[in-house]
Design a protein around this ligand. Structure first.
Ligand code: SAM
Length: 210
């Protein structure tokens, strides 16, 4: 059985919404990113596999927020909103919704792929830069972690160089569940050097799926 099919079947068997869930599990096994009680923001979360397993990693005292341009079917213990991460209003909604800086931002953002690699790569980096912008604009706490998929291409080196300025350590990892031939890679950045800059507004309840 091919690797891709294996993870697809496993996801179905366990009840995870995506095969991608195993990529985050393999990241956790190797880099020990999540702790019980952590607050997590999952960006580009639909259909919700990463959010599902993130709730297992952080347990009942933890919290998971999820955002996607698509609607996310409700997931137990996940607070989700629908919005475009490149839209400033979405950032404002997230800042209002989430009352305190989060411990981890995870991003599996992908554009709708066109088949033209340099276009898809540029779009994916553009999306991921918006997730990173969230992190440095006060939503990720000082010392926090940023885990993200990256499409490799000519903008990749500069993106990693920027991460290395912002975080204390940056690891690159290709999980087994990621297709061998694919140009995606995952970055695990730990220790955000700058803390929140803005005074945060109090939390407001939005669509809550729990
Ligand atoms: C590979 S999927 C994420 C899969 C997810 N990690 C899981 O395990 O179920 C990539 C997601 O990025 C989302 N996305 C693409 N552009 C976006 C944008 N501008 N704002 C928010 N989400 C976006 C897509 O809608 C898609 O759901």
């Amino acid at each position: 059985m091919r690797r891709r099919e294996f993870y697809y079947r496993e996801a179905q068997r366990i009840g995870y919404r995506s095969r991608a869930t195993f990529k985050l599990k393999q990241i956790q096994d190797k880099f020990n990113v999540f702790k019980i009680g952590d607050i997590v923001l999952d960006v580009g979360a639909a259909p919700g596999g990463w959010s599902q397993i993130a709730t297992e990693f952080v347990g009942i005292p933890g919290r998971v927020y999820a955002i996607d341009i698509e609607f996310i079917e409700p997931i137990d213990f996940v607070i989700s909103i629908q919005g475009d991460i490149t839209d400033k209003k979405t950032h404002e909604r997230l800042m209002t919704l989430i009352s305190e800086p989060v411990d981890i931002i995870i991003s599996d953002l992908s554009p709708k792929v066109s088949g033209n690699w340099s276009t898809d790569h540029a779009r994916q980096i553009f999306l991921t830069e918006h997730a990173l912008r969230l992190a440095v604009s006060g939503l990720l706490k000082q010392g926090g972690k940023f885990v993200s998929k990256i499409f490799q291409g000519d903008l990749y080196e500069q993106f990693i160089a920027n991460l290395k300025v912002l975080f204390t350590v940056v690891y690159l990892f290709k999980p087994k569940a990621s297709r061998k031939g694919s140009a995606e890679i995952y970055v695990i950045a730990k220790g955000l050097k700058r803390g929140p800059r803005k005074k945060r507004k109090p939390a407001k309840k939005e669509e809550q799926n729990d």
